[in-house]
Design a protein around this ligand. Structure first.
Ligand code: UFG
Length: 328
């Protein structure tokens, strides 16, 4: 049985990946500082160490205790808005934290890492759909630190033979079927949870950030990808590295763009009633359209999104939010 270290395994995408790993027969060791993650999100069969990857003594002691075959790294801050008002927090946690983790990995001869990157590495797209070869020009500190983390892996590979896969997610959403774990952020900034909070009456309405974009209905187009499809991609990427595969960067989206209004309409069908909505000014820094080409990971790792349908995605999120209106 292979042993997988998951820093950030109590967070949204991390916790779903831990469930998928355990379902696939892996032993999982979670490390999380519980700053934005939740203890209740950690699979009961995972081994859990409460601590921070920036704490070198802590992370080295975990690696002394456990035999680790590969790392799937989620421990990072990920709010675009916050990254613009507090950039140094992002440099500290995302970049410095990853440096300490990598250092400890190399000391323990662990040389396989899958890493959560983001569509924010591209910035304003020149072409849709976005390929991995698209130029990278982040427009926020969050994307900038994720791109710098990718480059850190690249140069560490050249010097020390590290192998890495970077997964550039588009809009992660949805929840584990069954409603046991789901998306919980405080404060919440993501579209689908906010729509569903409005549907539950926990907010007065959903504010649509701009309806004058050059898109089919004037609202922004995004590529919504179910969190379990993301989780499966992490496992495929890790298995690729464990089979001595090459270091790669892959986009992860389902290639279908939906407008904000289309997502709200899908949510209204799921919850069975209209959801209060207002039009607000544009949010600074939002590109009109972000849609991925995931052709590379489909071709190289045979990844297939199982839940590309927006209504099914929103329904899985609703199963979580309607039973956990206050999160964990
Ligand atoms: N939106 C609204 N109202 C809201 C919240 C969002 O209209 O209350 C709109 C946004 O303007 C955007 C879309 O819904 O057009 C999706 O917004 P999210 O905040 O859910 O997601 P983003 O596309 O802004 O962000 C996602 C990831 C980030 C990543 C970014 C890449 O969540 O981690 O894509 O650009 F950095």
């Amino acid at each position: 049985m292979k042993h997988v270290l998951v820093p950030g395994g109590a967070g949204y995408i991390g916790s779903h990946t831990v469930y998928a790993l355990i379902n696939s027969g892996y032993k999982v060791i979670v490390v999380d500082n519980l700053e934005t993650g939740f203890k209740q999100a950690i699979h009961p069969d995972a081994v859990f160490y409460h601590g921070d990857i920036r704490d070198s003594a802590f992370i080295n002691s975990v690696l002394d205790n456990e035999h680790i075959d590969a790392v799937i790294h989620f421990a990072a801050n990920s709010l675009v808005g916050e990254s613009m008002t507090n950039p140094l927090k992002y440099y500290d946690n995302n970049l410095h934290g990853t440096r300490v983790l990598l250092d400890a990995m190399l000391k323990h001869e662990i040389k396989r890492i899958v890493f959560s990157s983001t569509a924010a590495t591209y910035g304003e797209p020149e072409r849709i759909p976005i390929l991995e070869t698209h130029r990278t020009n982040p427009t926020n500190t969050y994307g900038e630190t994720k791109l710098a983390m990718e480059r850190m892996f690249y140069w560490t590979q050249a010097a020390h033979g590290l192998k890495y896969v970077s997964l550039r997610y588009f809009n992660a959403c949805g929840a584990l079927p069954g409603g046991k774990i789901g998306e919980a952020h405080n404060p919440e900034t993501h579209l689908i949870p906010i729509i569903l909070q409005a549907a539950l009456g926990k907010r007065e309405n959903i504010a649509i950030y701009g309806d004058d974009y050059p898109t089919r209905d004037g609202t922004c187009v995004r590529d919504y990808i179910h969190v379990d499809d993301l989780a499966q991609a992490h496992i495929l990427a890790m298995e690729h590295l464990l089979n001595n595969g090459s270091s790669e960067i892959f986009n992860l989206g389902n290639g279908l763009g939906f407008t904000v209004k289309e997502v709200i309409e899908a949510a209204e069908r799921v919850v069975g009633h209209p959801i209060n909505q207002i039009i607000s000014p544009r949010r600074a820094g939002d590109p009109a359209q972000l849609v991925a080409s995931s052709e590379k990971i489909i071709r190289m790792l045979n990844w297939q999104p199982k839940m590309p349908d927006i209504e099914a995605i929103v329904a899985s999120a609703w199963a979580w939010h309607s039973t956990h209106p206050n999160g964990y």
